[in-house]
Structure formats: C-alpha cells, structure tokens
Write a new protein. Structure first.
Lengths: 596, 126
C-alpha cells in the first residue's frame, strides 16, 4: 500500500520542496522579511498563483505516476506468476527440457535434463548443443535445429546424446520456437528412449531368433543330403546371428574324424585344411572329444586359437563351438566366429540351434538307414525271385536232361528185352537185363545229387559236423585245384538245431563265391566256440576285393551271395562280417551267441 | 523160420526187398514198419531175427532207431540200408551199433542175400 503511493508522495514532497525553495529564493532576493511571509503573505498574487500551480503540477504528476506504476506492477505480477507457472511446469516435467538461444547455445535446462545428462545446470549453460552430441549425430541434429528456426517446430527421433561420463543415451527430441522475455528461444523437449530401445532390441532379437529357428527348421526338413541339410543352417547363423563365419562338421564314428559338411560367411570352402578334423585335435577336435562347448569373447590372445595373425587380420573377437549331442551320441560340432562379442541371447540361441541341428542330423541318419534298408529289401526280394527262378530252371533241366533221359532209355531197353523175349518163346536175355542196372543206378545217382543239392538230408540225419565233412569232400572233388583245411572244434550237441542249416548255407555260399571269384587254391573253414559265441570262419587265399564295394549292395551288380549270407546270419540272431583286400584273400565270419 | 524186419518209409522199396528175400530164401517171414514207432512195436511183438533199417524215415532217423534197439540190449543183426552211400553214413551206422551197411544204389542183391545167410547160420542159400 505504501509502495503503491510512493510516486504520489514523492511528487507531493517534490512540489512542497519546489514551493519552499521558490519562496526562499523570493525571500532572499526580493522581500527580506520572514520566510513565512515570503511563503504566503508578502508575495504578489500572480507569484503565489504560479507557485500554487507549480505545487499542484507536482502533485498531479505524482498521482499520474502512481497510477502508471500500479498498472505496471500488476502486469509484472502477472508475468511473474506466469513465469513461475512455466518454471514449475518445466521443473516438474517428466521429460528433459532445454532452452536454447537462436545460436544453439543452452540457456537453461530443467532438473530432468540435468539428471539425464549427468550435469549440474550451470555446467551446461552457454554450451552449444552440438557439444552434447557424438560427431556422427551433428549433421542430423543441426539440420533439425535449422528446421525448427525456419518452421517453428521439428521432431528428431532416436538421436544419441552424450552423458557427462561419455555414455550415449538415445532420446527423441521435440523442438519449438517460443518467445522468452521478448527473445526467440528454442525449447527442446527430449525423452530418454533407452528402455523403449531395449525393448525394441529384445523384440528384434526374439524376431531374429524366431527367423533363425524357422530357417534352420526348414533347412533340416527340406535337405536330403547332409550338405543340403546343413549348409542353409550355417547360412542362417551368419544371416541372423551376425557370424563372420559358421561351420558344421559331422562325426564319422568309424574313423573318429569330423567331416566338414557346411561352411558359410567369409569361408565357404569345404575341402580346405579343416575339412577332416581328427577327434581330439585342434579346438574343434577337443570340443568333440570333451563333448563340451568352448565359448569366448577373447579369441585374440587365447593360445587355443593357433592362427592369431589370421584372427587379428579378420578382426575376429568371439568364438562359440558347440558339440552336437543327442542322449549320449555325439553327432558333430558347430563353430561360430564373430567380429562382435557374443551377447547372452546369441549364446543361448547357439546352444539351442546346436541341439536342433543334432536332431536334424540324427533324423537324416535314421532316414538314410531306413532308405538303405528299404533298397536292400527291394534288392533282396528281387534277387530272391530271380534266384528262385534260376534254381527252378536248373532243377527242371537236371530232371529233364538227367533223370528223364535215363528213364527214357530204360523204357526203350525194357521194351527191347520184352520184344526179344516174345520172339524167343519167353526166354529173357539175362545179359540185356543186367545192362539195365547201370542205367537205373545212374538215374538214382542223379536224383540223389539233385536232392542233396536242394537240401542235404545228411544234415537232418547226421547233423552239421558230418555235413561239413561231406560238403568239403564233395567240394574238393568238384574243384580239383582247391585244397580245404577243416577245423571243426565243436561237437554236434553244441550246435543249436535251428542254426545247422544256416551255418551250412553260409559255408556253401562262401565256398561257392570263393571258387567263382577268388582264384584261391586254399580254403580254410573253422567252426568253434569262442568268447561265448559259436563262430564260423571261412578264409581263402584268393585275390580278394575292396570291402567298401559291398555296402550297400548294388542292385543289379553282384554281391547277392554276400548279402544273402548276411541276411541268413542276422535273421538267425547272429552277426556277419566280410574282410577282404585285394591280394590278401577274403575272410567271411559269422557268429551267434552260443546257447548255454 | 527166419523173421526179418524191414523198416522203410517207402512201401515200394519194402515190397521189393520183401519179394527178393521171399523168392530167394525159404522159410522167411518178413514183417514191415514205415517208421521208428512201428518198428519198435514189431520188435516187441515179433522179436525178429534180423532187421533192415533205412536211414531216412521221415521222423526219427534209422540211425536213432538202431541206437534205441541197441539200447534195449537186443543183439539181433541190423543192416542199415540207404540211398546215400557216404562214408559219413557208414561211420554213423557202425557207431550206432549196426552190423552192416547197404546202399540202395550201389549194393547188389547178391550182397544182401549173403549178409542174411551169414547173419543167420542155418538158413540155406540157394
């Protein structure tokens, strides 16, 4: 209240002092009476009127000023109030707010912005906004700033700003031009989007893994050879997990060798130095041997990685090698090199992809085995049919050409004897009759041979031991160039009844094969009990062959004899093997669990 | 009267052998059996003086039959007679206690008649 009337009071005082000073001057210069007289009584009327007018003028000016000041004050108060409101708004805002001048220098920032950037407010003032951005963001941010000045507002999404500690924070910035105290000021509101970005990354990672799984799944379902199965898997690892290169080996169990089946990324050759890795050798071999993954983000400097120069040159920093295991079966090894450290999610993905691929390989193997077995079955049944036909042809021929002819000859001879007897009054020519005997005997021999060839009755009446001895003798007789050595070290009672014909057939087939193909002049047959098994061994000293060509049997090609031996052995619960190399002869072995 | 048992699953062969024996020898009585069971029954009932036994009898082999007859401590002469003249059969025949071995293919009637005579002294051979 006091302050409000200040100007009026001051003007009144000024009017009074003007009046007093004027009167005093009159007193000194013109009247010489008392000061009081000079003020009111000894002053000519016009003078007094002038003085009064002057006083009133001062009072009037004071009153006017008081009024103006009151108005101004009210305006200021409104401004202050609005400023206070803005400040509250700014300070309480959930987003960072910075005010910049048209040059781009920071004028003010709110608490939120300080917190976000890790600065105290006064540390930021006067700084140019580009000082808060990494170099690669300068161009984009500057363009956006200029657009704001030009258009009044702009929006910049996902720009990195640097915290005081140098860490980049992703923000979205919305800028607009406002008037502050008559100055064009840029208000930049920015929001920390790290959380959103993190969620986006998580989603993107998930998507990537989904795509990876889908690609791997599709490859495993589509491929029909190991390379066509595994190559797309390696490519998917490169595509979705950002590998520098990815490779997959499968285990060749027989040779204890890992065979490279797929390679994608910077190396795609399958026939290089790593195409065959012995188990236990190098880090891939070690992964297979120990059945444990090796994962590292520091390839360079790790002595396990022998070719450090190569790793450094290619900028490879991370490696993940996984054994592919199902149950306790090792199927192969998957290796992954990357130029970036492996994130947790990538490691997990690799482990699960390794499991998936392992299943794919197993499935492929099962299918292959099934296909092979079907082919074999088809081959066997077709061979069986043709063998049956051949056998029928042979028997028909033997009956017709042998027994049939003998009987025909017999008939003619008997008719001749009868004819002569009727001429000679019933006297039979004994000489002619005697001549019939060898013909009958010949026919009997032929029948016996056919019958023994089909199934030797000796095996039923005397058993296997006698049959083997008979067969060897017959075989030597019909193959004069071949000597046979027999080592029969089991008694008849030790041989299960159901195996006798099986063993005989395998022996017969092995002998016939040897005679047909091997050019051997010695054959050894042994039948004995060893390691709880009844074991048949037929070995020749012939020219042998590559065992590799035996499996799988070639439809149309030879080898049915071997296949049929194997079938007989396996169908009767035994196992079968053939070992042969050119120039070292052939060994056929079949064995069965010996019955107690 | 000489009682001869013929064991063979072929009726035709039994008849041939019976005819041979009956025509060539006097006072012969032939009894027949087609398998091991019938043979043992005939042995029990007629107590033959000697026997011809084929090896292939369908079920039990003639060798086993011979062994069983010998197992009953019957000492009658037994001749194995078979289609297959194999050393293994000859050996097996001897091992199971047969006294003689004839092949249907290679032995001749003369041999058979001689064996019957030698196995049963007192039977005149014409």
């Amino acid at each position: 209240m006091k302050a409000r009337y200040g100007p009026l009071l001051a003007s009144t005082l000024a009017g009074l002092s003007f009046l007093l000073v004027d009167a005093a001057m009159d007193h000194y210069f013109f009247y010489g009476g008392s000061l009081w007289d000079a003020i009111f009584f000894k002053v000519p009327t016009p003078e007094l009127a002038m003085r009064t007018l002057g006083f009133l003028f001062f009072v009037g000016v004071g009153a006017l000023m008081t009024r103006i000041s009151a108005k101004q004050r009210r305006a200021e108060s409104i401004l202050r109030e609005s400023e206070a409101k803005y400040r509250t708004l700014m300070e309480d805002a959930g987003d960072g707010i910075a005010l910049l001048d048209v040059e781009g220098n920071l004028v003010e920032v709110n608490k939120r912005a300080e917190g976000l950037l890790g600065y105290r407010g006064d540390e930021l003032k006067k700084r140019h906004f580009t000082e808060l951005l990494p170099a690669e963001e300068h161009e984009r941010a500057t363009a956006s700033f200029e657009a704001t000045l030009r258009q009044g507002s702009s929006y910049l999404s996902d720009v990195a700003v640097l915290r005081k500690d140098g860490q980049p924070v992703p923000v979205d910035v919305s800028a607009s031009v406002i008037e502050v105290l008559g100055k064009r000021t840029i208000q930049a509101i920015f929001r920390d989007v790290s959380e959103r970005k993190r969620m986006e990354r998580v989603l993107a990672d998930r998507l990537r893994l989904e795509e990876l799984r889908a690609d791997v799944g599709a490859a495993l379902a589509r491929g029909d050879t190991l390379p066509t199965l595994l190559q797309p898997c390696a490519e998917a690892l490169v595509r979705h997990l950002g590998a520098a290169f990815a490779r997959i080996w499968t285990l060749n169990e027989a040779e204890e060798i890992l065979e490279l089946q797929a390679s994608a990324g910077m190396h795609t050759r399958l026939d290089g130095s790593r195409s065959r890795v012995p188990v236990g050798q190098g880090k891939i071999g070690v992964i297979a041997r120990d059945r444990r993954p090796i994962i590292t983000n520091s390839v360079i400097g790790d002595p396990q990685f022998i070719d450090q120069e190569w790793a450094r040159r290619e900028g490879l920093v991370a490696f993940a090698g996984h054994p592919m295991i199902l149950g306790d079966e090792l199927l192969g090894v998957m290796a992954f090199f990357a130029r970036e450290p492996l994130a947790e999610i990538t490691r997990k993905a690799l482990a699960s992809v390794a499991d998936g691929i392992a299943m794919g390989i197993r499935r492929h193997r099962v299918e292959q085995a099934q296909r092979r077995s079907e082919e074999r079955l088809r081959f066997l049944s077709s061979e069986l049919l043709s063998a049956q036909e051949t056998e029928r042809g042979r028997i028909a021929r033997e009956l017709h050409d042998g027994v049939g002819q003998s009987l025909g000859s017999l008939k003619v001879r008997v008719e001749a004897i009868l004819k002569q007897a009727s001429r000679d009054e019933g006297r039979v020519n004994l000489h002619l009759m005697e001549n019939l005997i060898p013909v009958v005997r010949g026919a009997m021999e032929e029948v016996r041979n056919i019958s023994m060839g089909l199934r030797p009755s000796i095996i039923d009446s005397l058993g296997l031991v006698a049959t083997v001895s008979w067969f060897c003798r017959e075989f030597e007789a019909s193959h004069p160039g071949i000597g046979i050595e027999q080592e029969i070290e089991v008694t008849e009672e030790e041989i299960p009844e159901r195996l006798k014909i099986v063993i005989y057939r395998i022996l017969q087939e092995a002998f016939n094969n040897s005679a047909r193909h091997s050019k051997a002049d010695r054959l050894r047959v042994s039948l004995r009990r060893e390691d709880g098994r009844l074991s048949l061994l037929v070995r020749d000293n012939g020219r042998g062959f590559e065992t590799a060509i035996l499996s799988p049997p070639q439809p149309g090609g030879g080898g049915f004899g071997l296949v049929s031996m194997r079938e007989r052995a396996e169908l009767s619960g035994g196992s079968f093997s053939v070992e042969s190399r050119p120039d070292t002869g052939t060994t056929v072995q079949a064995s069965w669990p010996a019955s107690p | 009267m000489l009682k001869v048992l013929i064991v063979d699953d072929s009726a035709a062969f039994r008849a041939s052998l019976r005819d041979l024996l009956c025509q060539q020898l006097s006072q012969v009585l032939v009894v027949e059996a087609a398998d091991g069971g019938e043979a043992l029954e005939q042995v029990r009932r007629t107590a033959p003086d000697l026997a011809f036994i084929d090896i292939e009898l369908g079920g039990e082999s003639g060798l086993d039959l011979t062994r069983r007859i010998r197992g009953r401590h019957l000492e009658m002469p037994i001749a194995i007679i078979t289609n297959y003249d194999l050393p293994e059969y000859r050996l097996a025949a001897r091992d199971c206690g047969a006294n003689s071995f004839f092949s249907k293919t290679s032995s001749i009637a003369e041999d058979i008649l001689t064996w019957v005579a030698s196995a049963s002294p007192g039977i005149p051979i014409p």
